[in-house]
Design a protein around this ligand. Structure first.
Ligand code: ADP
Ligand code: ADP
Ligand code: MG
Length: 448
């Protein structure tokens, strides 16, 4: 099977550049789509062709399915890579690609529908004997239903949008009063953000660790894992530092986790790359949280420890090839850490877009996945991530030392960033000992 001749990237910024890089290395031509705000962005220049798909607001450009399909048809594109965010988990978009005979680089619309809903994903995982976070049987239909279910589960609970993502659409409730005041607004938020008002209840796991498993599956039912990623350093339920391997897992826990993730993926007949997210309680029990049916922001840490190119694997599988390697041939080496550099206030975590008047980055011992350059604008219209800083080391201690060195060499001016916070995390004793949970940022006295 030969690869696609031309791939359109339905995304922007660092992930568009990342995908272009692999396509170039494989001799595949690329098409960028961009909004007016991104006309001068590096990814637009780096693609072989570029099509403006509309104004700056994502709804009118990156989220406009018909404009993107139109751009793909005009440019004779064979396949579309959706990146992460935007349309990457939108089954309606996948269906449109399927109708137009354009290969969507990801799972089928059918499987995306099942796993994109946290509720139906929970159901599927229960069938596969993968433990899920204890919670309501299904959708909570009314406030009365919520109150009754909450009494039987016991507080504290997470009220969650089934279609939620990016840390949005979930509310922690400690009591009946809090549930009553949160219910309508959570349903409304779910409707306005995700076009789907379905909500459910989950027990709050206290002092949890978020550990996820990278999986890849082909069309011949072969499934492999590419080990785990530890993502417990979060603010607002969204990750800022990720690493692999997880410092928390012993070999026995790791084996059980990886085995459960692969079992769940086999059960649903998933294809392409995906991430099975789990949460660990203090006693080392783990529970399935959700599946992300796409490439993950933090995929580079997996690439660094395995030496594999996940975008290349995605392209191969989407073009009908089988998995390039069997499980036994996938090895990990050393330790990798990623820090997400954001244009945001380091205390309130409020976005702080603007012009990057200075951006000086070190070149050695680091992988830099950045969407912008010195002089670029970090746009108020999109996620304010400036870039990802990824290091590798023979062990965790040396990976942290490398990260510290790299962070100290970064010069960024013109807007407020979380650089100092990232440095503070690398110095923190609990982090250095691998002794942290999702409450870590709060433990620094920050809002989290
Ligand atoms: P990851 O799950 O890969 O760690 P994030 O949670 O940071 O990534 O989300 C990746 C990007 O996708 C962010 O820009 C986030 O705002 C966006 N995002 C995630 N889920 C959704 C969703 N369901 N709808 C819209 N945007 C989303
Ligand atoms: P999203 O789709 O927004 O990524 P997730 O269900 O993956 O939502 O949850 C995001 C984060 O929120 C988790 O990594 C974890 O830190 C926190 N979280 C979610 N559910 C629970 C829970 N039941 N108990 C404790 N923390 C939770
Ligand atoms: Mg998640």
């Amino acid at each position: 099977m030969s690869y696609f001749e031309k791939v359109l990237i339905a995304n922007r910024g660092e992930i568009a550049r990342r995908i272009i890089r692999t396509c170039k290395s494989l001799g595949i031509r690329t098409v960028a789509v961009y909004s007016e705000a991104d006309a001068n962005a590096p990814f637009v220049n780096e693609a072989d062709e570029a099509v403006c798909v509309g104004p700056s607001q994502a709804k009118k450009s990156y989220l406009d399915i018909e404009k993107i399909i139109q751009a793909a048809k005009e440019t004779n594109t064979d396949a579309i890579h959706p990146g992460y965010g935007f349309l990457s988990e939108n089954p309606g978009f996948v269906e449109r690609c399927e109708q137009e005979n354009i290969t969507f680089i990801g799972p089928s619309a059918k499987i995306m529908k099942i796993m994109g809903s946290k509720l139906s994903a929970r159901e599927q995982m229960q069938k596969a004997n993968v433990p899920v976070v204890p919670g309501s049987e299904g959708r909570i239909k009314s406030l009365e239903d919520a109150v009754e279910t909450a009494e039987s589960l016991g507080y504290p609970l997470m009220l969650k949008a089934s279609a939620g993502g990016g840390g949005i659409g979930m509310k922690l409730v400690h009591s009946r009063e809090e549930l009553e005041s949160a219910f309508d607004s959570t349903v409304q938020q779910a409707e306005s953000y995700f076009n789907d008002g379905a909500v459910f209840l989950e027990k709050l796991i206290t002092k949890p660790r978020h550990i996820e498993v990278q999986v890849v599956a082909d069309h011949a039912s072969n499934v492999v894992h590419l080990f785990e990623r530890e993502c417990s350093v979060q603010r607002r339920n969204q990750k800022i530092v990720e690493e692999s391997p997880s410092p928390f897992l012993d070999e026995d826990m790791r084996t059980r986790l990886l085995e459960a993730a692969v079992r769940g993926v086999k059960e649903i007949g998933y294809t392409n790359a995906g991430t099975m997210e789990f949460i660990f309680d203090e006693d080392g029990n783990f529970y399935f949280l959700e599946m992300n049916t796409r490439l993950q922001v933090e995929h580079p840490v997996t690439e660094e420890i395995t030496g594999l190119d996940l975008v290349e694997w995605q392209l191969k599988i989407a073009s009908g090839e089988q998995l390039p390697l069997a499980q036994a041939d996938i090895q990990k080496q050393g330790h990798a850490i990623e820090c997400r550099l954001y244009a945001e206030d380091p205390e309130s975590f409020f976005p702080s877009p603007g012009k990057l008047t200075t951006l000086q980055l070190p070149e050695e011992k680091v992988r830099l996945d950045f969407g912008v350059e010195e002089g670029s604008n970090v746009s108020p219209f999109y996620d304010p991530m400036i870039g990802k800083i990824i290091v590798h080391g023979p062990n965790r201690r040396e990976a942290i030392a490398n990260m510290k060195q790299v962070l100290s060499q970064i010069e960024v001016e013109g807007l407020t960033t979380n650089l100092a916070l990232l440095e503070r995390i690398m110095e923190n004793e609990d982090f250095v000992h691998g002794d942290y949970t999702t409450q870590f940022i709060k433990s620094l006295g920050l809002e989290g």
